[in-house]
Design a protein around this ligand. Structure first.
Ligand code: ASP
Ligand code: MG
Length: 329
């Protein structure tokens, strides 16, 4: 079994969703479990609508998100009423926030959850339209149990066993498309795992079922030696260790999620970062120590920092000290 995770930019419009469905179909023999993000930009729009609902008119903002999803359904010729329930629940939630004039962290997570709840249904239906057996699942219905730290929840220990059990019940030959980013706490409240959390979801599910590989599909050829927008001759990295990847995330590579790598690393599951626009490329493989200790794997940058102090050893405990004028480079 493999996990195939597609981020927001890979499912941003009908063409990209169609491409994702083709990629999944081409790998059907490997028993994929698909994890999806919301359509690119939708999480931001939903969070904005929730904030507007608290103080002013949210309807226009909500309508934009809703018509975007309806247009995608239309262009892909999918059942037009497929998202009706989610859409009315979203509208009711926003309307309740608006009448209370109060936005709790749990209500914010509830609103954000609709992005993945809708994208998973669209992607599953698109895969089905290509003749495959496929069904959408909310992660919390297949065992994703979290604490109640809304906005940045973490999984509870029972999650791994529950996911393994629930996924084994899904008929062989049916491709599950699972919501990234969201879970439920023990009281049944919907939670989110923090921005970029679909990667964490993919890693958790991969670890739970002992997947052969967790594939993180993006729109670049894997992890690069530097930000190609800053460094012209940045190259692709073929292999990188879990530790190095974790350091890159911590240091601001922005590709993945800060905790995303941990479940894969702890359970020894390979992660591969792949390109939806260049499926023939082998991307970047993230695996155990690749034994090239002395090499610099990649350089990341954060803006607004003038001085950098380099520390030896475990870079996860690195310090950057912001200051008003440059001290040293
Ligand atoms: N949709 C969520 C976000 O934009 C989760 C994700 O994309 O991984 O942060
Ligand atoms: Mg996103």
């Amino acid at each position: 079994m493999i996990i195939m995770k597609f981020g927001g930019s890979s499912v941003a419009d009908e063409q990209k969703i169609n491409n994702v469905a083709e990629i999944v179909k081409a790998r059907a023999a490997e028993n994929p479990v698909v994890v999806v993000s919301a359509l690119g930009g939708v999480t931001d729009s939903l969070l904005k609508a929730a904030k507007l609902a608290q103080s002013s008119d949210w309807k226009e903002a909500a309508q934009k998100v809703i018509s975007r999803h309806r247009n995608v359904l239309h262009s892909l010729r999918l059942e037009s009423s497929m998202l009706d329930e989610d859409i009315s629940e979203l509208e009711n939630t926003l309307s309740a926030i608006s009448s209370k004039k109060q936005l709790s962290r749990s209500a914010l997570d509830l609103v954000a959850s609709f992005g993945e709840r809708m994208s998973s249904k669209i992607v599953a239906a698109c895969i089905r339209s290509k003749g495959m057996k496929c069904a959408a699942y909310n992660a919390y219905d297949i065992g994703m149990v979290t604490d109640s730290n809304f906005g940045n929840a973490d999984i509870l220990p029972e999650t791994y066993g529950a996911i393994r059990r629930e996924l084994s019940r899904i008929g062989k030959g049916t491709i599950p498309v699972i919501t990234g980013y969201i879970g439920k706490d023990r009281n049944g409240g919907i939670t989110t795992l923090g921005r970029g959390g679909s990667y964490y979801t993919a890693s958790i599910i991969g670890a739970a079922i002992g997947a052969e590989e967790i594939q993180i599909w993006t729109d670049v050829n894997g992890i690069m030696t530097a930000d190609p927008n800053v460094v012209k001759d940045a190259r692709n990295i073929k292999e990188i260790s879990y530790q190095e990847e974790a350091e890159l995330e911590f240091l601001g590579a922005k590709t993945l999620h800060p905790k995303g790598i941990l479940p894969a690393m702890q359970h020894g599951i390979f992660v591969r970062v792949l390109n939806t626009m260049n499926t023939g490329d082998s991307g970047t493989k993230i695996c155990n120590d690749i034994g090239e200790d002395s090499r610099v794997a990649s350089i990341t940058s954060r803006s607004g920092i003038d001085a950098i102090i380099l520390l030896k050893g475990d870079m996860l405990s690195q310090e950057t000290i912001p200051c008003t004028r440059p001290l040293a480079y």
